[in-house]
Design a protein around this ligand. Structure first.
Ligand code: SF4
Length: 443
């Protein structure tokens, strides 16, 4: 038996949104592919990589605290992610970090790792699973289809951090999806900054997947993903006209009847000030048309209240929109200035008390709508995907519930289900967020 050199061990801290999680997975996969071990503690690590978030002040603080802790506990730290792209902020706070890169920078991170811990050729590199290293549970996975964004919303600095839209080739995305499904993934969560814009940058180039031509375009991608036999959920979709093409796929059961559309506001004046690519009147019409084709459709959205210049009249337009759109799942945030965003220069900022008061009125209205929509499901049969099993029962999600952001389905009866199993349940109770299901009376 030949001896091998001691394996270098890397500590890894992953912060931020699902897009950052996917970046972390790519870096971890590359680290393992090159024979580095992943250390669960600072003590045992030879160095630590921190994937940061730099979107809002709280996220910046959390990232800076994580860097501080890793420097204190370990001393050798490489910083990557959105905070790394924000000028010199990391170096100003911590001049002794080993390297700083922006987001989506696997190559640069690996170069920094190589500089401080040269790779050792390890015969076990082929032990890296084909689907790569993932941070999500085994039964669901994020599938990132593009990076960057061509829009310039005035409150957002993502295009400054991540650049313009760059779509991944559709054959590469579908190949990754197939490997994930082969590894046991039951739910694919399609993410990007703007899923409907997929392929615009490459003029919808045709690639070949399993010998078949497929365009780099949302409809064709969705149709191919729908053939893999697992749940496919779409996030960050803007209501461009071609979104209409995927609603029949949802009605046919090829995609989950679920759309995550960040509307952000409904007043045309505020949408213009935000530089958003949508107008509320058309959005309402589209929603009605989609629901006519696919009545099961769940709509999730996010909104900002208290954007600079928002008057009481603008805000009431937003409440009217909520009333008419009757969205299923809604997140709402009071406007908070992001360093470097153009919206900071807009006149007529809304004072904090008014922002909080509008937030409360918004949430009260939506809470009634969400609980009415959920209670309408009582008595229905739902297919659910099991996330966890414990002594007090089974925790699952329906087609209407994306992991971590939406509600859950609790099943209190004993069952031998495992995470990743599908169950058919009858909904027996609901509240504003969650549902309770029963296995009894299964066909
Ligand atoms: S669509 Fe607007 S909010 Fe979303 S990433 Fe692009 S610029 Fe930012």
């Amino acid at each position: 038996m030949t001896s091998t050199p001691a394996t270098h061990r890397i500590g890894f801290v992953s912060l931020g949104c699902p897009k950052a999680t996917v970046d972390s997975e790519h870096i971890l996969t590359q680290l393992r592919a090159e024979g580095y071990a992943i250390s669960p503690s600072y003590d045992e690590a030879d160095l630590v990589v921190i994937n940061t978030c730099g979107f809002i002040d709280d996220a910046i603080d959390e990232s800076l605290e994580a860097i501080d802790e890793a420097l204190h506990e370990n001393g050798k730290v490489i910083v990557t992610g959105c905070l790394g792209a924000k000028g010199d902020i990391v170096r100003q706070h911590f001049p002794n970090v080993l390297a700083v890169t922006g987001p989506h920078a696997t190559h640069e991170v690996m170069e920094a790792v190589h500089e401080h811990l040269p790779p050792q050729h390890d015969p076990f590199i082929d032990l890296v699973p084909a689907q790569g290293i993932r941070l999500t549970p085994r039964h669901y996975a994020y599938l990132k289809i593009s990076e960057g964004c061509n829009h310039r919303c005035t409150f957002c600095i993502i295009p400054d951090l991540r650049g313009d839209l760059v779509s991944r080739p559709v054959n590469e995305v579908l190949g990754e999806a197939e490997r994930l499904v082969a590894a046991g993934v039951k739910e694919l969560l399609v993410i990007s900054q703007d899923t409907s814009a997929y392929g615009i940058d490459v003029r919808y180039r045709t690639e070949f997947w399993n010998g078949m031509p497929v365009k780099t375009r949302m409809t064709e991608l969705c149709s191919a993903l729908g053939s893999l036999g697992v749940w496919v959920r779409l996030h960050y979709v803007y209501p461009y006209p071609h979104v209409d093409e995927i609603i029949p796929l949802m009605a046919d059961g090829k995609l989950l009847p679920y759309l995550d559309i960040p509307f952000q506001h409904a007043s045309p004046r505020i949408l213009k000030a935000m530089n958003r690519p949508a107008a509320s009147a058309k959005s309402l019409q589209r929603i009605h048309e989609w629901r006519a084709i696919c009545p099961e459709l769940t709509l999730r959205s996010t909104f900002i209240v208290g954007f600079p210049g928002e008057t009481e009249e603008d805000f009431e337009q937003l409440l009217d929109f909520l009333e008419q759109a009757r969205l299923d799942r809604v997140g709402c945030f009071p406007y908070s200035a992001v360093e470097g965003a153009r919206a900071n220069q807009l006149p007529d900022p809304v004072d904090e008390d008014t922002k909080q008061e509008r937030l409360q009125r918004f949430m009260e209205k939506q809470a009634v709508i969400s609980s009415e929509k959920l209670s309408a499901r009582i008595g229905s049969r739902q297919r659910v995907l099991v996330d966890a099993v414990g002594e007090s029962g089974t925790v699952a999600r329906s087609a209407a519930d994306a992991p971590e952001i939406d509600g859950l389905v609790y099943i209190e009866e004993p069952s031998d289900a495992q995470p990743g199993d599908f169950l058919d349940v009858r909904i027996v109770a609901t509240d504003e967020h969650d549902m309770w299901g029963s296995l009894s009376g299964q066909p």
